[in-house]
Design a protein around this ligand. Structure first.
Ligand code: PMP
Length: 424
């Protein structure tokens, strides 16, 4: 399918902002990295399955049977979307945060989890609460991998947890090299693909290198709402042994083989972690979005995104007083996420100004990645523009025009910044 209009535009949700200069024009949503608008075909699928909404696995009725088959089919679609191994478990969760917390309850005791300081809190706090080690990233990816190697060499690490793409700068991490590195030292790799999955094909299976090192991804987590599907669904895909032996994510009906008054025999497989009535519509819409992305021509998809990114980075570079932030000097690719600050201006005020005066929606703040912002020397936060399938060059141009006007005329108010907060 072609990239279609975002759902919000189609259903006429209240996204038409009155702008400076008058006239009703399209609201420039440049916050896809937070949540992407739903695809029309996802919304259509939702309408299609809504009449059959019924409890899965537990009912013999017609609707229940359909619901069960929709739910289980969603697992197969997700499996294909990420190139999972046949034996991998596909567990439906609420979101990426939920998936990574689930995994944290399954890493065997006695093994440390290793992570970098560039992670979203969802891929940091679940590990911080158990045996772990952390490493500060270097200014290059090459040196960062060496730092991870040095830590892995010490032994005792069971899992390397890493993001597929930074939610702050958009830079893509070299997953093949990271997987090979982890496997070389007998560790596994978990990838937080919340940002990567909506922008790039992922192949969990990988290949076996000449030296026998496997470049596959052992665990992968992502969210429906960043993948052009509605809120409320996420997924964890990965090797079944730890998941089958780990602490059940939720205790309750559906996750058991047998219950006695004082004991329980837990199920294995996805059911072990999916107690309670599952989010069938969430799983089905996530899967439909995955199917739609899987059918895109990767070349056209990436070119569209790269053109917008290049236009934005080049345009910002031409405006005096703007700094575009990145983590690694040698990162070669990035998703549609650009991070910047306007010298002398509070990021929150700039974002409010761009929204109110120019109809541009950005995200400002620290992006749930406080250690990363500290690494970039941005304790007061920054601005993030992010885009995807529904984005157009005119959205980027609107943002650039707004930033230019801000540089020329200021915000029209006097304020100072004190300890990261603006003071009138
Ligand atoms: N990891 C990354 C890289 C993210 O960008 C996000 C969302 N901002 C998350 C994890 C958490 O996703 P969710 O809120 O859907 O759990």
């Amino acid at each position: 399918p072609e990239a279609r209009e975002p759902l919000a535009a189609v259903v006429g949700a209240n996204l038409q902002a009155p702008l400076v200069g008058g006239g009703e024009v399209r609201y420039a949503n440049l916050d896809y990295a937070a949540s992407a608008p739903a695809l029309v075909e996802v919304a259509e699928h939702l309408e299609e399955i809504l009449p059959f909404y019924a409890s899965v696995h537990r009912g013999a009725g017609y609707a229940s049977q359909i619901s069960t088959s929709v739910y289980e089919n969603a697992r197969s679609v997700v499996r294909a979307f990420v190139g999972a191994r046949a034996e991998d478990a596909v567990v439906f969760t609420r979101n990426t945060t939920d998936s990574l917390n689930l995994l944290a309850g399954c890493v065997p005791d006695g093994l440390d989890v290793l992570y970098l300081d560039i992670e979203h809190h969802a891929n940091l706090l679940p590990w911080q609460a158990r045996a772990h080690r952390s490493v500060g990233a270097a200014g290059t990816l090459a040196e960062t991998l060496e730092r991870l190697r040095a830590e892995l060499e010490g032994g005792g690490i069971g899992l390397l947890a890493v993001t597929g793409a930074s939610n702050v700068t958009g830079e893509i991490l070299p997953l093949t090299g990271l997987a090979a590195l982890a496997h070389e030292y007998g560790a596994r790799i978990a990838v937080d693909a919340a940002q990567l999955a909506p922008h790039r094909r992922i192949d969990m299976t990988g290949t076996s290198r000449a030296d026998g090192t496997d470049t596959g991804i052992d665990y992968l987590a992502f969210s429906g709402h960043k993948l052009y599907a509605p809120f409320g669904s996420g997924v964890l895909v990965g090797r079944p042994d730890w998941l089958d032996a780990g602490r059940p994510h939720l205790a309750g009906g559906g996750a058991v083989r047998e219950v006695r008054l004082e004991s329980v025999n837990w199920a294995v497989g996805p059911a072990r972690h999916e107690a309670g009535s599952p989010n069938v519509l969430g799983a089905a819409t996530l899967a439909r979005a995955a199917q739609a992305l899987g059918a895109l021509d990767p070349g056209a998809w990436h070119r569209h995104e790269q053109q917008l990114r290049d236009a934005l980075v080049t345009g910002l570079g031409e405006i005096e007083g703007i700094t575009v932030h990145r983590l690694f000097e040698d990162s070669e690719s990035a998703i549609g996420v650009v991070n910047f600050t306007v010298i002398g201006h509070d990021a929150g005020l700039v974002a409010a100004y761009l929204s109110a005066e120019h109809g541009v929606g950005l995200r400002d703040g620290k992006f749930c990645a406080h250690p990363l912002l500290a690494r970039l020397g941005l304790p007061a936060g920054s601005l993030r523009a992010s885009f995807g399938l529904g984005s157009r060059l005119e959205d980027v141009e609107r943002l650039l025009a707004g930033v230019r006007e801000l540089r020329t005329h200021g915000l029209g108010i006097d304020y100072t910044v004190d300890e990261g907060r603006w003071v009138p």
